[in-house]
Write a protein of this length. Structure first.
Length: 130
């Protein structure tokens, strides 16, 4: 196996998500290649630090239940209301509903940003200059 291929599968190797034959090939290669062995150890350390960091900021069970309850309780728009409502016909309930959906959308965007930052940290740690 070549070093470039090890770089491509290093995370899967660490997580033991490779098929047995590929895992054995990578294992043999890192035993004989000091550079790849160093990269595997650095990746293990980076993934451990990332897990520790993300584990400490994970939302609690109550958070998941609260969000699920809110999403389930959001009323579905009625087809007749959507077709008959004009731009200026918003009532207070519609405004609250819109605000609630915006909050949920912002929450989803925030979660996606946190995930992307974590992903960039992992990718950066695997880069040759990282």
């Amino acid at each position: 196996m070549r070093c470039g291929r090890v770089d491509e599968v290093i995370e899967f190797y660490i997580e033991r998500q490779l098929d047995p034959a590929t895992y054995a090939e990578v294992d043999e290669h890192i035993k004989s290649c000091a550079e790849c062995s160093r990269k595997v150890e650095a990746a293990k350390k980076s993934l451990g630090l990332l897990r520790d960091a993300l584990g400490s900021v994970a939302p609690g069970r109550e958070f998941d239940e609260k969000i699920t309850r809110r999403v389930i309780n959001l009323p579905l728009p009625s087809p007749t209301a959507a077709t008959h409502a004009g731009a200026g016909d918003r009532n207070a309930a519609g405004t609250i509903e819109t605000a609630e959906r915006r909050r949920l959308a912002l929450l989803a965007i925030g979660a996606a940003i946190i995930f992307l930052i974590a992903l960039l940290v992992v990718i950066w740690s695997f880069s040759p200059n990282g």
